[in-house]
Design a protein around this ligand. Structure first.
Ligand SMILES: [Zn+2]
Length: 87
């Protein structure tokens, strides 16, 4: 199980968490409930840190909100029955 490093954007505290890859990333700081960012470490040794890194994370949340707000209402069923002229 890989270990992920998180850093809180609110109080600045960092913590490590063992998670499965399929597990969704932690979003809240355990001490102040602030927004945390996942620091990608280990393996390649590339550490993405700084402004801009957590934007994608934020956008996904915003996207969810937008998707909810933008949800199109179901169109009313239009009557398709035709009157048959008889006679
Ligand atoms: Zn915090």
């Amino acid at each position: 199980m890989p270990t992920y490093e998180y850093e809180c954007t609110k109080c600045g505290s960092s913590f490590e968490l063992e998670q499965r890859i399929t597990e969704s990333p932690r979003e809240r700081c355990p001490s102040c409930r602030g927004k945390v960012i996942r620091i990608i470490s280990g393996g390649g040794g590339i550490i993405l840190k700084g402004s801009g890194f957590y934007v994608t994370d934020y956008r996904s949340e915003q996207y969810k909100k937008d998707a909810k707000a933008d949800r199109p209402e179901p169109a009313p069923k239009s009557e398709t029955s035709k009157k048959v002229a008889s006679g």
